[in-house]
Design a binder for this molecule. Sequence first.
Ligand code: ARG
Length: 283
Amino acid sequence: MKKKLAFLLAGAMLMTAALAGCGGDKPADDSANTPADTAQQDTPAADNTADGGTLRMLTNAAFPPYEFVDDSGNVAGIDAEIAQAVADKLGMKLEITDMAFESLIAGLQSDTGDIVLAGMTVDPERAQSVDFTDSYATGVQVVIVPEGAEVKVNEEKDDEGNTVKSVDLTGMKIGVQTGTTGDQYCAGDYGEDAVQRYDNGALAVAALVNGQVDCVVIDNEPAKSFVEANKGLQILDTAYTVEDYAAAIKKGNTELLDKVNGALKELKEDGTIEGIITKYIHD
Ligand code: ARG
């Protein structure tokens, strides 16, 4: 899927900053050792969506500060807290399962879980297989490179005469997390051969540190954590694209979709969502 969106970096960064400030305080390295497909809590076959039942969340906890495994081995982060707040509103118990990012949608389809919160981007292809809730956060796909690396930036004028910049990764080996939008965009824009896929972002960044790839395309907030945790890396000023994050629910489960959207609306209105985000992402 082609989606090389040119846009003004400043605007994009301001959007994220406006939403959430910047500078996460969570270390990234925990996630490097997080095996995918590890259940963090029990996930019994549940009577799942009834009031008072269990809300079974699926995620990939290698994506700080949205989700990571904390010192006690539990999944923590923005998505875990938002899901807990939603479950509380609905009078449900929350259970979280950590699995490979690329298996999350299949996990909904096979009823392994009821809801995915995983910094997941609302994407038309995914929307054919799942229903997305209303968006609760903005993400920016950015490019991590070794400090001082030269990357071509194209400048064009848009219809209103504004200068828009876009990165040109032609000729670079690009590390991505398998199945993410970064993976889709880069494979679409630069071809399958340009893309090197990894189970999680930390492994892609490790490959960058080792010189196996030339850059990593990943979401801005985990990118900041990974760059903080590894010397000699930088995030390019010109980003790749801006996206919306939402929760995903099995297609057709409108009862749960409506309930979660109702809860999210209240949690946005009373400032809970913003409070959770700024707890993890701040200046
Ligand atoms: N926002 C990107 C996407 O939806 C990456 C999300 C990765 N999330 C994670 N928990 N590993 O494809």
